[in-house]
Design a protein around this ligand. Structure first.
Ligand SMILES: NC(=O)c1ccc[n+]([C@@H]2O[C@H](COP(=O)([O-])OP(=O)(O)OC[C@H]3O[C@@H](n4cnc5c(N)ncnc54)[C@H](OP(=O)(O)O)[C@@H]3O)[C@@H](O)[C@H]2O)c1
Length: 275
């Protein structure tokens, strides 16, 4: 079966709409990119569409060189009209940490600045990374995570690692395994898991014979195959497990949460300026 993410999306949408109506300034999100790949372009288009829906100002800056990324991030961090900065990933030829530390942590709505990731490790984050948070929201709406065996396929700093920290938090307490390209016998691990999270960026990596009956499979992958977007999980997996769709699954919730973080950034800014 495919998991219906509409109830999760509706809850977040209503929350954003109500909070925006209490603001007397228009939130602004900017995206900074460099040599964007197909999945990045698709994500940016979805951000643009969603921000329009909430009347959030949105602008994309395409850097012309790695040096130019640092300059842009620096300037946008100081710009009082900008409330959220999204830096795309992957960034070819760029030292990502050097780029991320140019972002003001208060505007790091993706939660990728080392300060915000550090706070996540302490369970006290301002902005959890949106994709990891989207996965948690979907899971919490359909199951009780506590005590479940969860496997994450992918150990990136953008998705896999923060998600592991969030699943381990004491109020969730999943038992977490993280897999990567050097993992032996992936199938043995996925078959014994209650929750499988596929975040590898490899079409059809997870197939029906690799998962347990009635398990939950969260498909994070965004792969462009024959001009179509597909995830990391084969279609037939949904015959025995509950699977999130791609497109219109994790990606949709991720984009909504990014908007929610921009609203939160404005709220915090206004609160600080009233102190
Ligand atoms: N839906 C959303 O909102 C959203 C958001 C962000 C990303 N994504 C998508 O999610 C996917 C992952 O993104 P990312 O940024 O985390 O990618 P990434 O930085 O390329 O990391 C991919 C991870 O998957 C592992 N991996 C790759 N092939 C594997 C295999 N055959 N078996 C086991 N592990 C494998 C890699 O292992 P090694 O470390 O050993 O190389 C790496 O840890 C991409 O398709 C991306 O487009 C979706």
């Amino acid at each position: 079966m495919y998991i219906d993410i509409k109830p999760t999306a509706e809850k977040i949408t209503n929350n954003i709409t109500s909070r925006i109506s209490n603001l007397d300034i228009q939130p602004k999100l900017v995206a900074v990119t460099y040599k964007p790949d197909d999945s990045t372009i698709s994500y940016l288009k979805s951000q643009q569409k969603t921000s329009r829906k909430f009347n959030i100002k949105y602008e994309i800056f395409e850097a012309i060189s790695p040096q130019n990324i640092f300059k842009l991030l620096n300037e946008l961090s100081k710009d009082n009209t900008v409330h959220g900065i999204f830096l795309t990933h992957p960034l070819p030829d760029v030292n990502e940490i050097e780029a991320l530390i140019q972002i003001n942590p208060d505007k790091d709505v993706e939660g990728r600045h080392p300060y915000n990731l550090g706070m996540l490790a302490y369970g006290n984050e301002k902005f959890p990374p949106c994709t990891a948070e989207a996965i948690i929201k979907i899971l919490e709406d359909i199951t009780n995570i506590t005590g479940k065996n969860a496997v994450i396929i992918g150990r990136s700093t953008a998705v896999g690692k923060p998600l592991a920290l969030m699943l381990l938090r004491k109020d969730r307490s999943a038992t977490v395994t993280i897999c990567h390209t050097k993992t032996q016998n992936l199938e043995n691990i996925t078959k014994n898991s209650d929750i499988v999270i596929a975040a590898a960026g490899k079409a059809n990596l997870i197939t029906k014979n690799m998962v347990k009956k009635n398990s939950i499979v969260i498909d994070v992958g965004i792969n462009v195959v024959n001009n179509k977007i597909v995830g990391d999980v084969s279609k037939d997996t949904s015959e025995i497990a509950d699977v999130t769709p791609v497109p219109g699954g994790v990606g949709k919730i991720t984009t909504l949460l990014l908007m929610e973080h921009v609203v939160k950034s404005v709220e915090l800014m206004l609160k600080n300026s009233n102190k």
